[in-house]
Design a protein around this ligand. Structure first.
Ligand SMILES: [Zn+2]
Length: 331
């Protein structure tokens, strides 16, 4: 039996997707169609979106092909809004993916043809490979994606649905984010299309690294034990450094405070995983009269990293040593 969510639950899926993307949302209208303002941290740039959303399911009926899913445009007529972006999406609770249709092709779609179909394979593709570009019979480009790609979809919505995007090799590259190489992407002519593929690949890498590291540390900060969804996957040897990789062993789970403190070199850990506060930074802070809170900070630190359950996920001594050299820690 296919799960069908009510509108408030669909709204929760959208809000969770925004959070999962590392962005925040202000709810401007809580009734369907939902209206949200999407923003990130202190960036004044924001994106207003109106979201028309329905469950995308087979919907029953033996006469319908089993490989075809659909949204039924009940209750509300989707219309392109004059302000901000307008999304026309389906959510499938089983595959846990969104399917986005080209709103311009369904603007004010009459209630005499109240459903839009898409092949089940597009949802399966997005479920297993993160992202999928699929061309419908009417040459409409449909985009299916995991929740964490919602922001990337919103930002490149117009380009993704343009007929030019789905031409040539591009769908193949986008549909294999897990295996596509930088060389394959670089071989594309420089264009906004290439930038979108690069953005999606970068996102795939970040998500893949974060998923492995956070799961290895059970979503807990390795130096204070905090969870509460404030934990990042931090690179031990920074991404910008030569020799840095996205190996799980170049990662450590750190809460927001400790991630910042690690990146600013207030503390480090050695190849035996002992946590050490920087005397040099302490002196600098003392000289600047900015030492308040330091004793609590030190008390909260574990003496050594809380390590993953699986030894293969332990931070690699090679990355630790390189990072410490780079950051001026004498052995
Ligand atoms: Zn912490």
């Amino acid at each position: 039996m296919e799960a069908k969510l009510r509108k408030p639950e669909l709204l929760q899926r959208i809000l969770a997707a925004v959070e999962d993307s590392g962005w925040s949302a202000l709810l401007l209208r809580a009734e369907h169609p939902f209206k949200l303002r999407l923003f990130r941290a202190d960036d004044p740039a924001h994106i207003d979106v109106t979201v028309f959303i329905w469950n995308i399911t087979h919907g029953g009926g033996a006469a319908r092909p089993a490989n075809e899913l659909r949204i039924q445009l009940t209750g509300t007529v989707p219309t392109v809004q004059t302000e901000g972006k307008t999304l026309l999406v389906g959510w499938n609770e089983g595959y846990r993916v969104f399917v986005a249709f080209d709103i311009r092709r369904h603007d004010a779609q009459a209630s005499s043809s109240p459903s839009i179909q898409v092949a089940r394979s597009a949802l399966l593709q997005a479920h297993t490979h993160s992202f999928a570009i699929h061309t419908r019979g009417n040459r409409e480009t449909v985009v299916a994606f995991r929740p964490e790609y919602l922001i990337e979809y919103v930002r490149s919505q117009a380009a993704l649905h343009s007929p030019a995007f789905a031409r040539g090799d591009l769908p193949d590259l986008v549909n294999s984010l897990d295996t596509v190489t930088d060389a394959q992407i670089d071989a594309l002519a420089a264009s906004p299309r290439r930038m979108i593929v690069q953005m999606l690949k970068r996102k795939y890498r970040e998500r893949d690294f974060a998923a492995r590291v956070l799961s290895a540390y059970r979503q807990r900060c390795a130096v204070c034990g905090v969870q509460i969804k404030l934990v990042d996957a931090a690179h031990i040897l920074p991404v910008a450094a030569d020799g840095s990789t996205d190996d799980t062993t170049n990662g450590v789970a750190l809460c927001a405070l400790h991630h910042r403190a690690f990146d600013t070199n207030l503390f480090s850990f050695n190849e035996s995983y002992e946590v050490q506060v920087s005397n040099r930074r302490l002196e600098e802070l003392r000289a600047a009269d900015l030492l308040l809170g330091m004793s609590n900070f030190q008390k909260a630190l574990l003496p050594a990293l809380a390590l993953p359950a699986d030894r293969r996920d332990y931070p690699s001594p090679t990355y630790i040593a390189s990072a410490r050299r780079l950051r001026g820690w004498a052995d």
